[in-house]
Design a protein around this ligand. Structure first.
Ligand code: OFO
Length: 171
């Protein structure tokens, strides 16, 4: 049986991951609206990934005999000032998620819950990758500056991204 405080914190994290999914889906719609289908694709894949993050926590809680509780998902913003602004907000959001994962790990450490710590290690590694991906796109957007052709090239590059469920297997 899982510790009640950890159960509560994981339920909160399921909601955070679902909000991440919702946020990136909103960004995908924004990018479609400003005729950048490659960025829209990248964000759509990001949305799919976030749902798998929520479900990884969901399955773990069920496996540990915990009770999943789903809460209302907050409404994401609809507009951003520019592609760069949207990507900077993405990075800010991922830094916030990293902070939450670290706090969860602190709690699991305090409770000496090694199984939860093991699960969280996957998320700690994932956050390193997520922040690095966002930083890379931000750096490229800054290089592109006001060049429409540079932006279109980056858009076509981001259009290549495909969804792979990295949470599948090993559970
Ligand atoms: Fe973006 O990693 Fe989950 O939230």
């Amino acid at each position: 049986m899982i510790d009640k405080d950890i159960e509560k914190a994981i339920n909160k994290q399921i909601n955070e991951e679902m909000y991440s999914a919702y946020l990136y889906l909103a960004m995908s719609a924004y990018f479609q609206d400003i005729s950048l289908p490659g960025f829209a694709n990248w964000m759509y894949v990001q949305y799919q990934e976030e749902v798998t993050h929520a479900m990884k926590f969901y399955r773990y809680l069920v496996e540990r005999g915990g009770r999943v509780e789903l809460h209302a998902i907050a409404e994401p913003p609809k507009e951003w000032k520019s592609p760069l602004h949207a990507m900077e907000e993405t990075l800010n959001h991922e830094r916030h998620i990293t902070q939450l994962i670290n706090e969860l790990a602190d709690l699991a450490e305090k409770k000496k819950d090694r199984a939860t710590l093991n699960l969280l290690q996957w998320f700690i590694d994932e956050q390193v990758e997520e922040e690095a991906n966002d930083e890379e796109i931000i750096a490229k957007l800054k290089m592109v500056g006001d060049s429409p052709s540079g932006l279109l090239m980056l858009d076509s590059q981001l259009g290549q991204r495909t969804f792979v469920d990295e949470t599948a297997g090993g559970e």
